[in-house]
Each structure stands twice: as structure tokens, then as C-alpha cells.
Design a protein around this ligand. Structure first.
Ligand code: AMP
Length: 111
């Protein structure tokens, strides 16, 4: 599947539609999920275009992958989750429940 520039997260990255921003740096944008499944439910998306986690793992260079995960850890620390329980999930493909085809991770916590 090729990347569709009109997906909703691409529009959020272009500021064409708003989001409830939690964190941003040069690599990622993090915002609250519009339909939260936990007390805290945020999404972290890379600023570069990847369809899903497989595309990201196969095609993002290792430095960018590293910067992405370091940014995720910054978000975890900013939200004071590093000493608490949380979940990280990523849906891959329609069969995996993916709805938005710009790679993202869900960060969820009920603590
Ligand atoms: P999935 O692709 O299955 O990982 O799910 C996409 C997620 O994006 C869902 O949890 C939606 O609630 C969320 N979502 C969809 N549109 C928006 C939006 N405009 N702002 C924030 N979250 C959204």
C-alpha cells in the first residue's frame, strides 16, 4: 500500500485539522486520541510518512527510528508514566485493526 497524503494524521501534521497536542519535536507529534480507550490515551506519530509499523521498521533509517523511540521515552517521562504501568500498541493493516494509514503508536494508561 502506498502512502495516502490525505489521511487524517497527514492533515493534522499540516495543521489542516486541529489536535489536542501533548508533545512535539522535530521527529514526532503526540496528541490525545479523539476516542480514548483508557484514562490516558495518546498517539505518537512520526513526522515522516510511513504507512504502518512494517513500513517504518523496513524503510526508516536507524537514526530516525532511534530518534522516534527516544521521543516516545521523552513523552513517557513527560507524562510521568515511567514509574507506572502503561501499554504501547500499534495496529498494522486492516486485519490488524488499523484505521489510519500513517504509522502511529497508541500509548495507554489507567494508572
Ligand atoms: P488505528 O489506526 O486503529 O490505530 O486507530 C486510529 C486511532 O486514531 C483511533 O484510536 C482513533 O480514535 C484515532 N483518531 C482518529 N481521528 C483522530 C483525530 N482527528 N484526532 C485524534 N485521534 C484520532
Amino acid at each position: 500500500m502506498s502512502y495516502d497524503n490525505e489521511n487524517i494524521f497527514a492533515k493534522i501534521l499540516r495543521s489542516e485539522i486541529p489536535c489536542d497536542k501533548v508533545f512535539e519535536n522535530e521527529f514526532v507529534l503526540c496528541f490525545k486520541d479523539i476516542n480514548p480507550k483508557a484514562k490516558l490515551h495518546v498517539l505518537v506519530i512520526p513526522k515522516k510518512q510511513y504507512v504502518d509499523i512494517s513500513d517504518f521498521l523496513a524503510n526508516a533509517d536507524t537514526k530516525y527510528q532511534s530518534n522516534f523511540w527516544v521521543s516516545v521515552n521523552e513523552i513517557i517521562c513527560k507524562l510521568n508514566l515511567n514509574n507506572k504501568g502503561f501499554q504501547i500498541k500499534s495496529h498494522k493493516g486492516e486485519d490488524g485493526g488499523q484505521e489510519v494509514f500513517h504509522f502511529h503508536i497508541h500509548l495507554l494508561s489507567d494508572s
